[in-house]
Unconditional design. Structure first.
Length: 508
């Protein structure tokens, strides 16, 4: 079956808005900011722990509440942008993001930090869907839109690499709050330039913003994501099961309500487009297979191989370079070969690179790690750019915000599932390590805790414990890499069949 992608864009291809590339430069600033912020917290967590002294539960909420809130609000905020204007919600969200970043930087208690991170999630939920939706409305020429999406994706990839490098530099020279204050100048430029350059766009007949749907979406996503993370970290408990069931019931209610509303928050008919639903599924599985590994690879570089935060950030740079290069040529490659060939090939490349990482040990040299990260980046750049193009091109431009939000929600849900599932593999293997006499029980919680505990032990015992703990961590990482590889290779096969006949429009 041939996709509807071609028919969606051809009538718009003749219109080329002046100043669209300058406007794109403003949008990528927002993407850069969100990508950098997502990586900075992980580096800053040890410093925040030392300063604010949160409990274990509070530390988990500091790390997780941002993703909980952003996952719960993405669809609602994307739909709100379709209604009140994507430029307006982007600029309001960017201003709020900058202001709340100050609150994060100067938080004085764990509770204040948790609230600040939650508010940052609210602001962050407005940014990503709005940027992609504005690209859909800025670039009517399909080839230009593919390039713009490639630049958008490349910037996100670059941000994930720049974040650890900039964050590592700031944390080595200043206090941890400086890692959040870097948001301010970027936000200021985005708002001031965006006011002049960005065109406003909205759905001309949007209907009301249904608050009950917003609540159902928020409760549903937070309940499901929370249950996944808690089950992975602490096993199944009644509270975890209750949260998961509540979330699932709320999402079921959300879907039922969207099918009955004359102007739904999310038009469920979008999922009837095979290209749209297949691309969303491919994104979810890709992030699921990648995120847990990426999360623990940073710990491997620092806690096992002894690299500093800045050096670890630089070590992960090949992934970003590969993603940037691949993202810029992905649209052209998909037109020359096919959508399914590029997406499936990208996913298979990631899967094979992860399979290579199953052989790592504590002494694995950087050439192998760097080469694997480069291949991961290239595969992700090809896959994510083309799936984003498919998702945007599959829907009328009036629904671009909601469609973009579905794509971002799949990303957040995949990340939660990946860290939970693959993370539980690493943690499960790690906790069984056998340390010498005198090894404190808390050292089995995580490798970071073991490193801290070693400082208070006799030198010989500390060395023996760390050696055993690091070996167990690497063993868990290798098994998780194998599981991630299996997920990615399965996703590559699924994409080959599900994206059959999909094409990007050649008009323009």
């Amino acid at each position: 079956m041939t996709s509807t992608l071609q028919s969606t864009g051809t009538t718009e291809a003749v219109t080329k808005r002046p100043g669209r590339w300058l406007a794109l430069s403003v949008l990528v600033l927002a993407v850069l900011l969100v990508a950098v912020d997502a990586t900075v917290l992980g580096l800053a967590t040890p410093y925040i722990s030392e300063d604010l002294k949160p409990s274990g539960t509070q530390l988990l909420w500091i790390g997780d509440v941002y993703s909980f809130v952003i996952a719960g609000l993405l669809v609602s905020m994307g739909s709100l942008g379709d209604r009140i204007g994507r430029k307006r919600i982007l600029l309001v969200g960017a201003t709020a993001f900058g202001a709340v970043s100050v609150l994060n930087a100067y938080a004085t208690t764990p509770e204040m930090m948790i609230v600040a991170r939650a508010l940052l999630g609210v602001a962050g939920a407005t940014l990503m869907p709005a940027t992609l939706a504005l690209i859909r409305n800025l670039f009517h020429d399909p080839r230009e839109r593919s390039l713009a999406i490639g630049i958008w994706g490349a910037t996100a990839s670059a941000g994930t690499a720049v974040g650890p490098i900039v964050g590592g530099f700031l944390l080595e020279h200043f206090w941890w709050g400086s890692a959040f204050l870097i948001n301010l100048p970027v936000m200021a430029v985005l708002v001031l330039v965006g006011i002049k350059l960005l065109p406003e766009s909205r759905n001309p007949s949007p209907g009301p913003w249904d608050l009950l749907s917003v609540a159902l979406s928020l409760v549903g996503m937070i309940g499901v994501v929370y249950a996944i993370k808690e089950a992975a970290a602490h096993g199944f408990a009644w509270t975890t099961l209750a949260a998961g069931l509540l979330g699932a019931a709320a999402l079921y209610g959300f879907v039922r309500r969207q099918l009955t509303l004359p102007a739904p928050l999310l038009d469920m008919r979008l999922f009837r487009h095979r290209g749209f639903s297949s691309a969303v599924l491919a994104d979810l599985l890709t992030i699921l297979g990648l995120s847990g590994l990426v999360f623990f690879l940073s710990q491997f570089l620092q806690l096992v191989q002894g690299r500093g935060p800045l050096e670890a950030g630089l070590a992960e740079l090949p992934a970003a370079i590969g993603a940037v290069v691949a993202g810029l040529i992905a649209g052209r490659a998909a037109r020359r070969f096919s959508v399914r060939a590029v997406v499936s090939g990208g996913l298979a490349a990631i899967g094979l690179a992860l399979a290579v990482l199953t052989v790592i040990d504590r002494s694995t040299g950087y050439p192998l790690l760097g080469a694997a990260l480069l291949v991961v980046g290239v595969g992700a750049g090809f896959s994510f750019t083309v799936t984003s193009d498919v998702i945007l091109s599959s829907v009328p431009k009036e629904q671009a915000g909601a469609a973009s939000a579905v794509s971002e929600t799949a990303y957040e849900l995949g990340a939660a599932m990946g860290i939970a599932v693959l993370g539980s593999i690493v943690t499960g293997v790690y906790r069984d390590f056998t340390g010498p006499a005198g090894t404190p029980a808390e050292a089995h919680e995580s490798l970071g805790v073991a490193v801290e505990a070693a400082a208070g032990m006799p030198a010989d015992s500390a060395r023996a414990m760390l050696s055993s703990a690091q070996d167990a961590f690497v063993d868990g990482l290798a098994i998780a890499a194998g599981a991630g590889a299996a997920v990615l290779l399965a996703a590559a096969v699924a994409a080959w069949f599900l994206l059959r006949g999909q094409r990007l429009d050649n008009a323009g």
